[in-house]
Design a protein around this ligand. Structure first.
Ligand SMILES: [Zn+2]
Length: 483
């Protein structure tokens, strides 16, 4: 992360582990891979003017939130052909390729980075020395020709703490590299849902997981069900808990993370970052799920209440000028429709969320259980239940209107639907595609693929991506804060 203290300041420890092939000939691009990582990398966010002098907790919290977008900006297209003349490190792009499963072998990495075998060998050797990946030189078997070393994330390597605040619960998990969460733990909301109590509860739950592992903890990420401004990290319209608009959630979370005991193996101070859950879900889907390799990925999701959206362009989250882009929930899809929390009528929010499906079916959800789970079951029952099928058709038509508006504006090459929308897609895929196509200027000839999300706990998985972001940008940052 260009603006985090760890990437902007030289580590206090030796910057490199043993270089297994130090005697190998070193082509020009290797210089940056091996020596330029700490100070030579500047992503787009660094132009926004926050310098390394900012206090550690705040800087990490804010830089992390914005940094997801910043370092993502060095997306697939760019890191196929690094630009050493601009001082870019090869370590970060190489780690991201292994992290996202795009470079399962050293020869795949060599091709993806467009470097020599010797350079790829030096880069993988350094990432292995940093404890982040494993390099297996045993023959993979099968084909003729020289077998390539297999690359994988280090299963015993460091972890980050991923946390999420939902409308009705909290969730926490540890996550190594590779996009896989360890066991996900759900907790009830605390009795008092003011910002400090809530953020303390998630920080302490995350700290408990960090203390219980023998792996080093490098950061904490938090997904929130409300918009989060950039670069200052405040919560807007946090309607679930009636938090005051402008609550400084990035600062508060960073404070609570510093206050909690993450154990002796955690980096100190522990970087903490906060972002909106739909944005983070899109990031997780782009790196590890249904959005892989999409260049203009639109994600639309409906959780327990309301509708969220996110856009990933060339690997970079599009968050707008202040972090508030893609508020798709307030697109009008029926001017005479149901009232929305924003004060208008017929927003996508109010017309396609779980409650809307129940209203369309003329049924009442059981107040004792999560409404999202019940709505998903109702959507899935459409094949055998005519009442449910009619309700699904009603809601799918409105979802299609909203998606069509977005397609006309954004021209995505893939739409990923999650939450209840995933089940609506499964129940009526042709109807949904037809509504979208009918309303799109170019829809009849070239339909944009609408696919179901693949990542489990995507908000939480995205929170892990957020916490990993400084290290994907600069893997040598793992040396920082070592006690
Ligand atoms: Zn609205």
């Amino acid at each position: 992360m260009p603006t985090s203290p760890t990437s902007a300041q030289p580590p206090t420890e030796p910057q490199r582990g043993p270089a297994p092939d130090a005697s190998a000939p070193r082509p020009p691009e290797d210089v940056h891979g091996r020596h330029g990582a700490v100070s030579g990398t500047r992503g787009p966010a660094s132009d926004e003017g926050r310098g390394p002098a900012v206090a550690a907790g705040r800087s990490a919290a804010v830089a992390g939130g914005r940094g997801a977008a910043a370092a993502e900006g060095r997306g697939a297209a760019e890191h196929r052909r690094p630009a050493p003349d601009r001082g870019r490190s090869l370590l970060g792009p190489a780690l991201e390729l292994v992290h996202t499963g795009r470079a399962p072998t050293r020869s795949a990495l060599t091709g993806a980075l467009d470097v020599t075998r010797a350079t790829a060998g030096a880069v993988t050797g350094e990432l292995e020395a940093l404890g982040l990946i494993t390099v297996d030189s045993r023959p993979a078997g099968g084909g003729r020709g020289r077998p390539s070393h297999r690359l994988a994330v280090n299963p015993a390597g460091p972890v980050v703490v991923a946390t999420q605040i939902h409308a009705d619960s909290l969730s926490v998990a540890l996550a190594g590299l590779g996009g896989r969460l360890e066991e996900v733990r759900y907790l009830p909301l605390p009795d008092a849902t003011d910002p400090v109590r809530m953020l303390r509860a998630v920080a302490e739950a995350g700290a408990e997981l960090a203390r219980a592992t023998t792996r080093r903890c490098l950061g904490a990420g938090l997904a929130l069900p409300n918009p989060v401004t950039e670069p200052d990290g405040t919560a807007l319209a946090a309607l679930h808990f009636a938090w005051p608009s402008g609550t400084p959630v990035a600062d508060l979370f960073a404070q609570e993370v510093q206050r909690a005991d993450f154990g002796p193996r955690a980096r100190s101070p522990l970087p903490a970052a906060v972002a909106n859950d739909a944005n983070l879900a899109a990031l997780a889907e782009h790196r590890h799920g249904a959005g892989r390799d999409a260049r203009h990925l639109l994600l639309v999701t409906s959780g327990h209440r309301g509708v969220g959206g996110a856009l990933v362009i060339d690997g970079r989250l599009h968050t707008g000028s202040a972090g508030l882009a893609l508020e798709v929930g307030h697109l009008t899809v029926d001017p005479q429709g149901r009232p929305c929390v924003c004060g208008n009528r017929g927003c996508l929010n109010a017309e396609t969320d779980p409650e809307a499906l129940f209203v369309a079916a003329g049924r009442t959800p059981d107040p004792g259980g999560p409404i999202l789970d019940q709505a998903r079951r109702l959507a899935r029952s459409a094949a055998d239940d005519p009442g449910a099928a009619d309700a699904v058709a009603h809601v799918v038509d409105r979802l299609g209107l909203g998606l069509a508006g977005l397609v006309n504006i954004l021209n995505p090459d893939r739409i990923v639907l999650s939450g209840l929308h995933l089940d609506l897609l499964a129940a009526a895929p042709e109807r949904l595609a037809a509504v979208v196509a009918d309303r799109c200027l170019w829809g009849r000839s070239g339909r944009v693929p609408i696919v179901p999300a693949q990542v489990d706990h995507a908000g939480l998985a995205g929170a892990a991506e957020l916490a990993w972001q400084p290290y994907l940008h600069d893997p040598q940052a793992v040396y920082a804060g070592r006690g």
